[in-house]
Design a protein around this ligand. Structure first.
Ligand SMILES: [Zn+2]
Length: 69
């Protein structure tokens, strides 16, 4: 499943093929959405809602690496 979230510091965008571990990373709105795993590296990430740049729209996603997985 193609997933193109903002990277951890919001400076760019990643493109990864993911497996959804929990939740719905494609949901809209702020807050924690779930956990995904990058198929290529095996790394897991928490997914949070993020602004896409439009006023009051939080349809974008940002990831945060989960250490030790
Ligand atoms: Zn948006």
């Amino acid at each position: 499943m193609l997933f193109t979230p903002q990277n951890e510091d919001g400076s760019g965008r990643l493109e990864m093929d993911i497996t959804v571990i929990s939740g719905d990373p494609f949901a809209r709105g702020l807050g924690f959405r779930g956990v995904v795993q990058d198929k290529k590296t095996g790394n897991r990430y928490k997914v949070y809602g993020a602004s896409c740049g439009l006023p009051r729209c939080q349809c974008d996603a940002r990831i945060k690496a989960i250490m030790g997985t």
